[in-house]
Design a protein around this ligand. Structure first.
Ligand SMILES: [Fe+2]
Length: 287
């Protein structure tokens, strides 16, 4: 909580049974991140919300048809969330699909008077990211996983990056039309791992404020700059206790074209994957 609440600026919604439920300042949904006390750090699952209530059961049938074992999670088992299914991908990414999520009001003294904003801004935290932006996952078979995410879950490839030898280094996919919902990056390890969760900030100056706030707290920062891929501007911070990494993310672009052609990058196109600055965050956490 020192990292996720005090430093990053996520709001605590509630806590129950050793789990703390957190959300960002502009999120109406019950939570976008939960922390559960365990002996070692890891990721339990990544949740995806469907567009319609009936699609949770439809995905359950579809995944079963594709030979994926699914487990139903009953309404309320994860606080604030309706019936959901959990399953794992071929190499071990743990996914959940849900539709219903409560939208609780913050405590009255923190409720914004603007009805389209959730929390009133606080001066105690200079950053207060707005909402979850994307996740980055690592994986040995990224071509297969990317195709699976397209064919089965219905995501769209926005950009991809090939190394000079023609092998795929990364694929950036979206379900929402925003630049990325998930980045899938190649890793030689045999099992899937998790690199970071990104939260959107209001403007690029917030990235400098985030960097400044992390330095004041002696929290490791993995870089500040702008990616070439996605054009997202970034600042990465890592929890010294658990190794979990949070990206503060700004900019990028929307893909509204139904006939979008994925942007193909080759390692030789630019001298560096980062357009400005650098990112040095090679540690991941296991599921
Ligand atoms: Fe990212």
């Amino acid at each position: 909580m020192t990292f996720f609440h005090d430093a990053i600026g996520l709001e605590e919604v509630t806590r129950e049974g050793g789990t703390v439920y957190l959300r960002a300042a502009d999120e109406f949904e019950h939570h976008s991140l939960t922390l559960t006390e365990t002996d070692s750090a890891g990721v339990d699952h990544i949740g995806w919300q469907t567009r319609k209530p009936e699609q949770v059961a439809e995905y359950a049938d579809l995944l079963t048809d594709h030979g994926v074992d699914i487990t139903w999670v009953d309404d309320g088992e994860e606080l604030g969330q309706g019936d959901a299914i959990r399953f794992q991908t071929e190499n071990g990414h743990q996914f959940e699909i849900y539709y219903e999520m409560e939208k609780p009001d913050p405590p009255e003294e923190r409720r914004s008077r603007l009805k389209n904003r959730v929390y009133t801004p606080t001066k105690t935290n200079p950053i207060a990211p707005q909402h979850i932006d994307h996740v980055q996952i690592w994986e040995p078979d990224i071509v297969e996983l990317s195709e699976w995410l397209q064919d089965v879950l219905g995501l769209e490839v926005i950009e991809y990056y090939n190394l000079e030898d023609g092998s795929r280094w990364g694929t950036w996919l979206s379900a929402s039309g925003f630049k990325i919902d998930v980045a899938v990056i190649h890793d030689d390890a045999e099992t899937a791992t998790f690199n970071h969760t990104a939260y959107t900030v209001d403007n690029s100056n917030d990235l400098f404020d985030a960097y400044d706030a992390m330095k004041e707290r002696e929290i490791p920062v993995d870089g500040l700059g702008q990616h070439s891929i996605s054009r997202g501007k970034f600042c990465y911070a890592r929890d010294p206790l658990t190794g979990h990494r949070i990206e503060f993310s700004d900019s990028g672009y929307f893909v509204l074209d139904p006939d979008w052609e994925p942007i193909a990058w080759n390692e030789t196109d630019l001298e560096d994957r980062q357009w400005m600055g650098g990112f040095d965050g090679l540690e991941t956490v296991d599921y």
